[in-house]
Design a protein around this ligand. Structure first.
Ligand SMILES: [Zn+2]
Ligand SMILES: [Zn+2]
Length: 162
């Protein structure tokens, strides 16, 4: 996803609205998540002292798995963001590089989405997860396994490793 900022650079201070939508085939997966469908990015950008500032909103849905029961699920993401694109010689940390007079948005989008991803995904707030004994998904099936602490601690086996 790219924006040609030539007009903005030629007219510092003037604000340029934009709205882009891109299907996700060109994006690599991030962590164990993938974009479910197209990513929508909209907002405005303007030039200031040789840099281009951009602010707006990213909306996307991620295909992920529930961290507890491992069922596939979708996670909607909606992020407000601001970013700065500077000429290559002025690029520092947290600043993206202009390519000529173009802004490449892919890295910014991936950075913002990675930051917005929670440490774990839950298909529902009270997801019952997998039975530690027989492995069934306890949201769908109930089982009669004895999950009291007697030797059934899933970490018990790990102790032998140390
Ligand atoms: Zn779940
Ligand atoms: Zn069970």
């Amino acid at each position: 996803m790219r924006i040609d900022a030539t007009a903005a650079i030629d007219h510092p201070g003037r604000r340029y609205p934009f709205a882009l939508e891109q299907s996700v085939a060109e994006f690599a997966s991030l962590r164990e998540a993938r974009f479910a469908d197209s990513i929508c990015v909209q907002g405005e950008y303007w030039a200031e002292q040789g840099s281009v500032l951009i602010q707006g909103n990213i909306a996307a849905r991620l295909d992920v798995r529930c961290s507890r029961c491992l069922d596939p699920m979708q996670y909607p993401i909606e992020i407000d963001f601001t970013g700065m694109y500077a000429r290559e010689e002025d690029v520092e940390e947290c600043v993206y590089g202009l390519e000529g007079k173009e802004m490449g948005l892919d890295k910014l989008i991936l950075d913002e989405v990675s930051l917005a991803m929670p440490a774990q995904f839950l298909c529902m707030e009270d997801c019952k997860g997998l039975c530690p004994v027989c492995g069934v998904n306890k949201n769908h099936v109930s089982c009669d396994c004895d999950t009291s602490s007697n030797g059934l601690n899933p970490f018990e086996k790990l102790k032998d490793l140390f």
